[in-house]
Design a protein around this ligand. Structure first.
Ligand SMILES: CSC[C@H]1O[C@H](OP(=O)(O)O)[C@H](O)[C@@H]1O
Length: 348
C-alpha cells in the first residue's frame, strides 16, 4: 500500500502553504504565505528545503509577487516579473532547481506574451502546478529505477534528507525506500544526523518512521564504523546540482561519505532529477557553494557550543567528484559512469 505523504509545498487560491521544516520533528506546522518576501524568507531559512521543493516554492512564490503586477500591457507586466525572478534567485545559490524553475516560469510568460496579462497570470499558475506535478512523477520514476539496484533485506545509508518533504512526493534518495516498502521489501536505513542543521536526525528519521520504515540514526562520525562493520550494502544520497562532468554538489559531508564508501567498496548512488543536472556548469569547481551563518554551528543545538568570537566556516554543501559516484539515478534511467558523454542525453 502506498504511504500517505505530507505535502511540504502547495498553492491554493493565492496562498502558498509550506510545511515549516525548521519546526520538525516536534511540531508539524504549515505556513500560510501570501507575500513574495515571506516565500523568499522561507527558502532562505530552510523552512522549505531540498532542491526540488525549493524550485516548486520559488515558482509559487513568483505568483505572489505578480498578483498586483500591472495588466495594461505585457512589457510593464514582464518588468515586474523579471524583478521578482531576480529577487527570488538571491534566496539560495546552490540548488539549481531554484533557477531552473524560475527560468521555466520566465519562458512560459514569454510564450504567452500575446495574451491578456490576466491570462498570462493564469498560465503561470498552471506552469507552477505542472512543475510540482512533474516532480512527483520524476521522483517516483527515480525510485523505480533505483530499485533495480537494490534488493529485499539490504541496508542503505543516506546523508541529509532527500525525502518526500524535500520534493513534491516520494523524495529522490528515499524514493526507492518507499517503493520498496510498497513491494513488501524490507530495506533498512541508516541516517546520518547531518550536522549542522540535522536534516538527517530531524527529517529523514521522522519521515521514515512515519512510514513504518526501519531507520537507525547515527552521528556523521559513525558512518565509517558502520561501513567497516559491514552493516551497509549501499549509499544513496540526493543532490543540489550535477555538473556536466558528473561532479555532484550535495549537503556538506556527502563528499566524506563518498570517500568512505569507496574505501569500503560500497556502491555510492546519487538520485538526481533531470532538472538538477546543469550542463552549463562544467565541473564541480564551478558550482556556487552557499555559506551560512556561524550560529548554525555555534548555537544550532540550542545552546552555545563554542567560545564567543571563534572563527567559523559553514559551507552548506560540498562537491563529490564524479570518480567517486557509482551511478547517477535519474527518472530517465541509470547512468553508470562516462557522465560527460551520458548526461547530455538526458535532454534529447
Ligand atoms: C531532494 S534534494 C535534497 C537535497 O537538498 C538538501 O539541501 P538543503 O537541506 O540545504 O536544502 C540536501 O543537499 C539534500 O540532499
Amino acid at each position: 500500500m502506498e504511504h500517505t505523504f505530507l505535502q511540504s509545498v502547495t498553492f491554493k487560491e493565492g496562498t502558498l502553504y509550506i510545511l515549516d521544516q525548521t519546526k520538525l520533528p516536534t511540531i508539524t506546522e504549515f505556513l500560510e504565505i501570501t507575500e513574495i518576501e515571506d516565500a523568499w524568507d522561507a527558502i532562505k531559512q530552510l523552512k522549505v528545503r531540498g532542491a526540488p521543493a525549493i524550485g516548486i516554492a520559488a515558482a509559487y512564490g513568483l505568483l505572489l509577487g505578480l498578483k498586483n503586477a500591472p495588466e495594461e500591457n505585457f512589457d510593464s507586466f514582464y518588468g515586474v516579473l523579471k524583478e521578482n525572478l531576480t529577487y527570488l534567485e538571491t534566496s539560495r545559490p546552490t540548488a539549481v532547481n531554484l533557477f531552473w524553475a524560475l527560468k521555466r516560469m520566465d519562458e512560459r510568460a514569454k510564450l504567452e506574451r500575446e495574451k491578456p496579462v490576466a491570462e498570462i497570470k493564469a498560465a503561470l499558475e498552471e506552469e507552477a502546478h505542472l512543475i510540482r506535478q512533474e516532480d512527483e512523477e520524476v521522483c517516483r520514476s527515480i525510485g523505480e529505477h533505483a530499485l533495480t539496484l537494490f534488493h529485499d533485506g539490504m541496508t542503505v545509508l543516506t546523508h541529509c534528507n532527500a525525502g518526500g518533504i524535500a520534493t513534491a512526493k516520494y523524495g529522490t534518495a528515499l524514493a526507492p525506500i518507499y517503493l520498496a516498502k510498497e513491494k513488501g521489501w524490507d530495506i533498512k536505513v541508516y541516517a546520518d544526523e547531518t550536522r549542522p542543521l540535522l536534516q538527517g536526525a530531524r527529517l529523514t528519521t521522522w519521515e521514515l518512521m512515519q512510514a513504518g520504515i526501519d531507520v537507525t540514526l547515527i552521528t556523521d562520525s559513525m558512518a565509517a564504523m558502520v561501513m567497516h562493520k559491514g552493516l551497509i550494502q549501499a549509499v544513496i544520497v540526493g543532490c543540489d546540482r550535477v555538473a556536466a562532468n558528473g561532479d555532484v554538489a550535495n549537503k556538506i559531508g556527502t563528499y566524506g561519505v563518498a570517500l568512505l564508501a569507496k574505501a569500503h567498496n560500497i556502491p555510492f548512488y546519487v538520485a538526481a532529477p533531470t532538472p538538477t543536472v546543469d550542463l552549463d556548469t562544467k565541473t564541480g569547481h564551478d558550482i556556487p557553494i552557499e555559506e551560512r551563518g556561524m550560529e548554525e554551528i555555534t548555537e544550532g543545538l540550542g545552546k552555545q557550543t563554542a567560545p564567543e568570537g571563534v572563527k567559523v566556516f559553514n559551507p552548506a554543501f560540498d562537491v563529490t567528484p564524479h570518480e567517486l559516484i557509482t551511478a547517477i539515478i535519474t527518472e530517465k534511467g541509470i547512468i553508470k559512469g562516462n557522465y560527460q558523454e551520458e548526461l547530455p542525453k538526458l535532454f534529447i
